[in-house]
Write a protein that binds this ligand. Structure first.
Ligand SMILES: Cc1cc2nc3c(=O)[nH]c(=O)nc-3n(C[C@H](O)[C@H](O)[C@H](O)COP(=O)(O)OP(=O)(O)OC[C@H]3O[C@@H](n4cnc5c(N)ncnc54)[C@H](O)[C@@H]3O)c2cc1C
Length: 448
């Protein structure tokens, strides 16, 4: 091993790694932070030769132990930044450890943006891709669908450049959403679009009214989403519309209102409410009723990433399933019955989003337009039965779990849900026969 790679790999005696939620911990035997692709390749080759497991880690924002390892943990924080950008084609190549927040900022300076985003921007781009991170929009797709090229470090230390329609189409297709199981991504080329603003319209409404015309809501808006407050019939609807690039409807959210609503109400006060609910679970129904009424209507215009992304400071655990859109009402009804029957102290709203079908092998939206139903529970409060209930409700509709959020499915079931599951496993057998990139979680979901 070169001196640089040796320096990059620090011993980590007693080092405990913890994910954002705090529900997953691991004790890697060593931690490395390469700053060049050659160093990364050398670290991976050395680990494979020594029969040692390797796991790349991004921002640790997955709720599953998908990023956990007791072997060599490689953080990509030393490989960041935009490497190449073409404003005419919108193709942007970015180092794998780049956080979405930094990427969005650079794209904005270039007059570009990602077509769609999830609700936070703390993730690394490679970590976001590895679990199929998505936002909402009935005609839009998840971030993996934007991938046009990947640079991947394989178990033997070789560095391959993969493109759509390139020499190894199977590896490209698998690695777009690769669960960290095929190699360490060092760079990603993304198809971006000209920067655009969004007119955000958020309003409270009775859940029954929203469900009565869910297809209408999704079809009429580029990015529709709803949050239903358990114990109530209240929902907060986000019905967001994209503006053509350059168009300006000029209604920014006053700064004081952003701070009040997004920081104080949605985070500071919400954290306090969760703490009261954790101490006094019997109060949860009333607390929810108050929370559901606290959010009013607002309309504002802002650059796309500022509308897609919200601060999320209150820590929680989460499960999310992609289901056919027609199943949403039945699943919410099932959750309502469960919460009331078990008197479950659920303070977080249930989130429902929508996405168009794509062709990414392990995408939760593979070849089907989907709705996503997500449940959350305040960190430290009982969550298992609630999350399991969503799993069983979603199972009745062929629900596909988000790869980065809590679920208990294993390969036998996932094989039935993903038509290209065996193709993915065949690619993995080819590029990682000795399972350098395996961990316990992948052994469960991929079968060995
Ligand atoms: C508050 C919060 C909000 C969220 N909101 C959304 C949302 O709106 N939509 C959504 O879909 N998800 C959401 N998520 C889930 C999150 O987007 C995913 O779990 C994502 O994978 C986290 O990215 P990360 O950089 O933290 O990756 P990590 O959790 O660190 O790692 C995830 C996987 O990526 C692999 N990986 C990381 N880097 C590389 C690399 N260079 N090469 C190969 N594999 C790599 C890891 O090995 C692991 O398998 C949210 C999570 C949180 C905590």
């Amino acid at each position: 091993m070169s001196q640089a790679a040796e320096r990059a790999e620090g011993a980590a005696p007693g080092h405990e790694w913890r994910n954002w939620s705090g529900n997953v911990t691991a004790r890697p035997s060593a931690v490395a932070r390469p700053t060049r692709v050659a160093e990364l390749a050398e670290l991976v080759a050395g680990a494979t030769a020594a029969g040692r497991a390797v796991k790349a880690v991004g921002a640790g924002h997955s709720f599953t132990p998908i990023a956990a390892t007791d072997g060599l943990q490689i953080t990509l924080d030393g490989l960041t930044g935009v490497l190449r950008a073409d404003r005419n084609t919108g193709l942007v190549t970015v180092a794998a450890g780049t956080r979405l927040r930094a990427l969005n900022r650079t794209l904005a300076l270039l007059g570009l943006a990602l077509p769609n985003l999830g609700d936070i921007d703390s993730q690394s781009i490679a970590g976001a891709l590895a679990t199929g991170t998505h936002g909402t929009g009935g005609r839009y797709q998840g971030i993996t669908a934007d991938v046009r090229g990947l640079q991947l470090v394989l178990a033997d230390g070789s560095v391959v450049d993969l493109q759509a329609g390139g020499d190894d189409p199977e590896l490209f297709e698998a690695a777009r959403l690769g669960l960290g199981a095929l190699g360490v991504i060092s760079a990603v080329t993304l198809q971006c679009v000209p920067a655009f603003d969004i007119v955000a319209h958020e309003y409270p409404a009775p859940l029954s009214d929203v469900l009565a015309d869910l297809p209408g809501l999704v079809d009429a808006h580029d990015h529709a989403e709803l949050f239903w407050f358990p114990w109530t019939d209240r929902a907060l609807v986000k019905a967001n519309r994209r503006l053509a690039p350059g168009a300006d409807e000029g209604r920014p959210l006053p700064r004081w209102r952003g701070v009040l609503e997004d920081e104080i109400l949605a985070n500071g006060l919400f954290e306090a409410v969760c703490r009261v609910g954790a101490q006094r679970p019997a109060l949860v129904p009333q607390l929810n009723a108050v929370a559901a009424r606290a959010l009013g209507e607002r309309t504002y215009t802002a650059p796309s990433d500022r509308v897609f992304v919200s601060p999320r400071r209150v820590r929680f655990v989460e499960s999310e399933y992609a289901v056919p859109r027609a199943a949403v009402a039945e699943i919410l009804e099932g959750l309502d019955t469960f919460v009331r029957r078990t008197r479950a102290p659920i303070l977080f709203p249930v989130e429902v989003r929508f996405l168009a079908a794509d062709d990414v092998w392990l995408s939760t939206a593979y070849q089907q337009d989907v709705a996503y139903v997500a449940v959350h529970q305040f960190r430290g409060m009982p969550a298992d039965h609630y999350l399991a209930e969503l799993e069983s409700l979603a199972a009745a509709h062929g629900g596909r779990p988000h790869w980065g959020k809590v679920h208990s499915l294993a390969a036998d079931r996932l094989r039935e849900l993903y038509p290209r599951f065996e193709d993915f496993r065949a690619v993995r057998d080819r590029v990682d026969p000795s399972r350098t990139f395996a961990n316990e979680h992948l052994r469960r979901v991929l079968g060995d």
